[in-house]
Design a protein around this ligand. Structure first.
Ligand code: COI
Length: 370
C-alpha cells in the first residue's frame, strides 16, 4: 500500500491517518514536507497542524493571538455568527519556491478588504499588522503542508466572526479572528480545462445597498442552491446577472469574470454588488502592463456571449478559462472550447509566474517568508 496520505486524512475506519501535530511549532522538529500524494490535491479540506486564534471583547481591542492545534472551536449557540451571519472570510495563497522559502501573494490587500467588510458589518477588525502577523505565523507553523513547487499551493483562510452571544439583532459583544490553512490544487474538478457556466435569472447574488461587495459568509450560503442546480445539469458553476435588469453580467459564485473582444479586455464595473477581487485587480494591472486596453464597465449578457474569450479570476480559481456559457437554453462556446484562449493563457502565465516567484515582482506584490 502506498505510503502517501489519503486525501481527507481519514482511513476507512474513520481514524485519522495524518501525522499528529507537535505540541508547539518551535519545540519539535518536524519533517520539511508532509508525506502526501501531492498529485492528488484538489480543492478539498485537509486538516493541517495549527491554526491561529485571536479574540477581542467588547472594548473592540484584539489581544495577542496564538497558534493552537487545528481543530474545532467552542461557540455559544447564541453567537452572532451562527444566528445572524455576522462573519467575514478571506482567501489568499502561499507558494513554495525551489529554494524552500514561501511566497505570500498580496496579503496586505486581504487585510485591508477584511477591515472594509468589518466596518460594513459593525465588527472590530485586526489591524493590518495583526492580520499579516497571524497569516505569517500560521503559514510558517504549517510549512510542511505547503505543497512542493509546481504541485499546488497553501490556501490561507482568515475569518472574522461575531463569536459573542446575543439574542436581539445587534453587533456581537465579542469577536474571534481565526486563520487556518489547507494545501490545495485546482478549484474546478477538471483542473485548468475551460469551465462551463449556466446563466442564472431567477436568483441573484447581491442587490444594490446589500453586501455583495464585501466577503461576508452569507454571500456564499446564498449561491449554493443555484450552483447545485447548475452542477446537476453538467455545468461547472453559475453566472449571475444584475438584480434590476437581469441583463448586466455580475460575477460567478466564487470569482469575477472578464471578457476579451478584439483584444480589449473588459470586466464588470464594481458598483457595489460585485466582490472587488484581489486577483481581478492584479490581472487588470498585469494586462495593462502587457499593453492591453482594459475597461471596467457594464457588460450585457449579449456582449459576453459575443466575446472572443471569457475567463474568471479569484484566489481559489486563479484564472480559469470559460469554455461555454448557457443562457436561456442557448449554449455559446468560446474558441476550441477544450483550450484556453490566447489572451487567457498569456495572463494566466504572467499572473502565476509572479505568484510563484518565477518572474520579477516589479509591483512588490509578494512577501517572502523563510
Ligand atoms: C477565494 O477565491 O478565495 C474565495 O474566497 C472563494 C471561495 C469561496 C472558494
Amino acid at each position: 500500500m502506498s505510503r502517501s496520505r489519503r486525501l481527507g486524512g481519514v482511513d476507512p475506519l474513520g481514524q485519522s491517518c495524518l501525522p499528529q501535530p507537535p505540541p508547539y511549532p518551535h519545540q519539535t522538529r518536524t519533517p520539511d514536507l508532509v508525506d502526501f500524494n501531492w498529485d492528488a490535491l484538489g480543492f478539498q479540506l485537509l486538516p493541517t497542524d495549527f491554526m491561529y486564534l485571536m479574540r477581542c471583547s467588547s472594548d473592540g481591542v484584539f489581544t495577542k493571538g496564538e497558534l493552537v492545534p487545528y481543530g474545532p472551536i467552542q461557540l455559544n449557540p447564541a453567537a452572532a455568527v451562527l444566528n445572524y451571519g455576522q462573519g467575514l472570510l478571506e482567501g489568499l495563497r502561499a507558494h513554495r519556491k525551489e529554494d524552500g522559502s514561501v511566497l505570500l501573494f498580496r496579503p496586505h490587500e486581504n487585510a485591508l478588504r477584511m477591515r472594509i467588510g468589518a466596518d460594513r458589518l459593525c465588527m472590530p477588525a485586526p489591524s493590518i499588522e495583526q492580520f499579516l502577523e497571524a497569516v505569517k505565523l500560521t503559514v510558517l507553523a504549517n510549512k510542511r503542508w505547503v505543497p512542493p513547487t509546481g504541485k499546488g499551493s497553501l490556501y490561507i483562510r482568515p475569518q472574522l466572526i461575531g463569536s459573542g452571544p446575543i439574542l436581539g439583532v445587534a453587533p456581537a459583544p465579542q469577536y474571534t479572528f481565526i486563520v487556518f490553512v489547507c494545501p490545495v490544487g485546482h478549484y474546478f474538478k477538471d483542473g485548468l480545462s475551460p469551465i462551463s457556466l449556466l446563466t442564472e435569472e431567477e436568483y441573484h447574488r447581491a442587490a444594490p445597498g446589500g453586501t455583495g461587495d464585501i466577503k461576508t459568509i452569507g454571500n456564499y450560503a446564498s449561491v449554493v442552491s443555484a450552483q447545485r442546480r447548475a452542477k446537476e445539469k453538467g455545468h461547472s458553476d453559475v453566472l449571475y446577472l444584475d438584480p434590476i435588469h437581469n441583463k448586466f453580467v455580475e460575477e460567478v459564485s466564487s470569482c469575477n469574470i472578464f471578457m476579451v473582444k478584439d483584444n480589449i479586455i473588459s470586466s464588470p464595473l464594481l458598483t457595489g454588488t460585485i466582490l472587488p477581487g484581489i486577483t481581478r485587480k492584479s490581472v487588470i494591472g498585469i494586462a495593462q502592463n502587457l499593453g492591453f486596453q482594459v475597461e471596467e464597465r457594464n457588460i450585457t449578457i449579449d456582449e459576453l456571449l459575443g466575446a472572443d474569450e471569457v475567463f474568471c479570476t479569484g484566489t481559489a480559481v486563479v484564472l480559469s478559462p470559460v469554455g461555454s456559457i448557457t443562457y436561456r437554453e442557448r449554449k455559446v462556446e468560446y474558441g476550441k472550447s477544450q483550450e484556453a484562449g490566447v489572451v487567457s493563457q498569456q495572463l494566466y502565465a504572467a499572473f502565476t509566474a509572479i505568484q510563484k516567484g518565477l518572474a520579477e515582482d516589479s509591483m512588490g506584490w509578494t512577501l517572502q517568508l523563510n
